[in-house]
Design a protein around this ligand. Structure first.
Ligand code: PHE
Length: 385
């Protein structure tokens, strides 16, 4: 068993400690015996560590609030988080362990589509409901009727950025640089291309890399030769930050465009000034003035001394949607939880109103954020349909 047990957090307690990463696998606290166990799988280490940490903090805040208001069916919830280190095979091991050893009633996770795709067949096989907070590749929920998500999917996200590039920015010629090792990146590049061409745009060069690469100069040199208006880079923050720096050092001034995989404070640490003026689509903006969003931000800041990212908001919403379904379910059997999840309608989340459709996806708006003076600034909202 290579999977690290990151934390076993018993959330029947009044005060929740901030995420305790115990690589030795020591339980942080033991649960009350009759707590309802929820499994969570995330990358709390590795090159996408901020995804797992931020999501877990959102999940933890939700659990704390649910337990403080009576729990579910008179019982407290307990979340058991396992770190997959950003590796699909570890995510598969983790979900198997949560189901067969810890006997969780439901799973929250993963963020990254490639890891959710490794977990979903196992959850489906054991008929344990799985709710991904933020995996956007369409294939994830197609795995089976126990697999749900509370976010939009990439055909929509690709449409959002293509329309934004074409209509808002008036761009005609875009280059693509995709991560071929990442299902999310490959899918999003494809959906962006489809809409951008429909809107009269041209993909002037299409290049690729593999997650973990650190030198992108040869791809960027051919992109520079094509003189694009922008470069669409639907990858994760570590590589995107490096790509931005190398693009600027090669004299490329065109902005980068991307998707939710950019959502990390590390993007700005790694990319620095090279990220200025670039845009990406996301699930939520901390600039949203809606009272329930600002109230969430305030509670989160109090708990973690940090502004919640989109991932934290999605983790919070995923846990809240799951507990709402468990409250409505006839019993806590997996079939009843599954049926209640499928019946979710107009749930008011931090990231928008969540209704689960026939394909077990949520249909929601996206926001476009711009990098300005080293922060993510709200630019616009694009609605589905
Ligand atoms: N949507 C990405 C995927 O499916 C994951 C992600 C979501 C990353 C939100 C960052 C923020 O792989």
């Amino acid at each position: 068993m290579k999977t690290n047990l990151v934390s076993r957090v018993a959330l029947g307690f009044a005060v929740i400690a901030p995420l305790t990463i115990s690589l030795s696998g020591t339980p942080v606290a033991q649960a009350a015996d009759d707590a309802i166990k929820i499994g969570e799988v995330g990358s709390t280490t590795g090159s996408e560590a901020t995804f797992g940490v931020a999501t877990h903090q959102g999940v933890e805040l939700a659990i704390k609030e649910i337990n403080a208001t009576g729990g579910v069916k008179g019982k407290k919830l307990q979340v058991i988080l396992l770190d997959d280190q950003g590796k699909p095979e570890e995510a598969a091991t983790a979900v198997t362990r949560l189901i067969t050893q810890d006997k969780v009633v439901a799973i929250v996770g993963e963020v990254a589509s490639s890891r959710s795709l490794a977990m979903a067949p196992i959850a489906q096989q054991y008929k344990i409901p799985m709710v991904s907070p933020s995996s956007t590749n369409p294939k994830v929920t197609e795995i089976g009727d126990y697999i749900f998500r509370v976010c939009f999917i990439d055909p929509f996200q690709g449409f959002v950025m293509a329309r934004f590039a074409s209509e808002n920015l008036k761009f005609k010629r875009v280059a693509i640089l995709r991560d071929v090792k990442n299902d999310y990146s490959v899918g999003l590049a494809k959906y962006f291309t489809e809409t951008f061409k429909k809107l009269g745009g041209e993909i002037v060069v299409d290049q690729s890399y593999s997650a973990g690469d650190i030198d992108f100069k040869s791809q960027l040199t051919s992109i520079r030769g094509a003189k694009p208006d922008a470069i669409f880079v639907p990858g994760y923050y570590t590589e995107v930050g490096l790509i931005a720096r190398q693009a600027r050092s090669l004299g490329i001034k065109a902005p980068l465009l991307g998707g939710d995989g950019w959502d990390s404070p590390k993007l700005l640490q790694i990319g620095g000034k090279a990220m200025e003026g670039s845009y990406f689509s996301n699930h939520y903006s901390a600039d949203d003035k809606a009272p329930h969003v600002q109230a969430f931000i305030e509670r989160y800041r109090k708990a973690y001394k940090d502004t919640p990212s989109g991932l934290a908001a999605m983790g919070f919403d995923a846990m809240m949607v799951l507990s709402d379904a468990m409250k409505r379910a006839k019993s806590l059997s997996s079939a009843d939880i599954r049926a209640a999840l499928a019946a979710t309608k107009e749930f008011q989340g931090v990231t928008g109103r969540i209704s689960i459709d026939q394909q077990r996806n949520a249909v929601k708006s996206a926001v476009v954020l711009k990098v300005v003076n080293g922060t993510f600034v709200y630019d616009s909202t694009i609605r589905p349909g």
